[in-house]
Design a binder for this molecule. Structure first.
Ligand code: IPE
Ligand code: IPE
Ligand code: MG
Length: 250
């Protein structure tokens, strides 16, 4: 059943990003292992994906594992990777039923080969689905994404050198549009709404380029305790915001 918060269905965010934080604290409060928190967090992620899908939100980016999360214990990292793999294998029917397309953002280079394979297979198997697109940010860092985009752009320039003088060359070759073209998923629009749970007020390297004009929403609730109603409340708040994009008050 849909939550009772009234939403304007004609003004929904096209792209929502979520920093799903607080799994460890949730478990610690319950005197359980941190890994139990990740297990619960995954259940919440599925619930929120379904709610976003039912709302016909086109894009949802979930921050699953950052380029900095390798600093955690080998046990915790291994557990999270195992969860992702298991989930991608087990949930294909759920994605098929809801016509959800799975995509990845982040550096595949630093990920275990079996995870890269599962991500690629899930992306391939769901490629034709026209519903919600879920972008899994895995081994993702906003700075790393920009560095990889610059590398991609430079590599393409070396393949096709332009003939104008050096100043023109730099200005014509390196600009916002071209850098964007070299991000992981250039076809996906910038996020309209970025949510962070668990009472932290920071970005932690999430969507640095794409989030330039996102609306930010911070929730004190730990991710495993998040519900569809919390998603609706975040969207309702977004709908109250006045977006100006630097253009001044209308
Ligand atoms: C978010 O929860 C999940 C990941 C970063 C993988 P945390 O594991 O960061 O939980 P807290 O912040 O320690 O409570
Ligand atoms: C951000 O949460 C990364 C994910 C949710 C995957 P962290 O828990 O890693 O961020 P910090 O360390 O609190 O900034
Ligand atoms: Mg955290």
């Amino acid at each position: 059943m849909a939550p009772s918060v009234a939403l304007d269905r004609s003004y929904l965010p096209r792209h929502i990003g979520i920093i799903m934080d607080g799994n460890g604290r949730w478990a610690q409060r319950k005197k359980q292992l941190r890994t139990q928190g990740h297990l619960e967090g995954l259940k919440t992620a599925k619930k929120i994906v379904k709610a976003a899908s039912d709302l016909h939100i086109p894009f949802l980016t979930l921050y699953v594992f950052s380029t900095e999360n390798w600093k955690r214990t080998a046990e915790e990292v291994g557990f999270i990777m195992g969860l992702v793999k298991q989930h991608l294998k087990a949930e294909l029917d759920f994605y098929r039923e809801n016509r959800i397309r799975i995509r990845h953002t982040g550096d595949p280079g630093g990920l275990p080969a079996d995870i890269v394979r599962e991500l690629r297979e899930a992306s391939e198997d769901t490629r034709s689905f026209d519903g919600l697109q879920v972008i899994l940010a895995l081994n993702y860092g906003g700075r790393d994404a920009i560095v990889r985009a610059v590398r991609g752009l430079l590599a393409s320039l070396m393949d096709a050198p332009e003939t104008a003088g050096p100043t023109d060359f730099i200005e014509n070759s390196i600009n916002e549009a071209r850098l964007r073209q070299n991000l992981d998923n250039p076809d996906i629009p910038d996020p309209d709404l970025i949510i962070r749970t668990a009472g932290e007020y920071r970005i932690s390297n999430f969507l640095l380029w794409e989030g330039a004009y996102a609306e930010y929403y911070f929730s004190d609730i730990l991710w495993p305790d998040w519900t569809e109603g919390d998603l609706y409340a975040a969207i309702a708040t977004y709908q109250q915001r006045e977006r100006r994009f630097g253009g001044g008050k209308p």
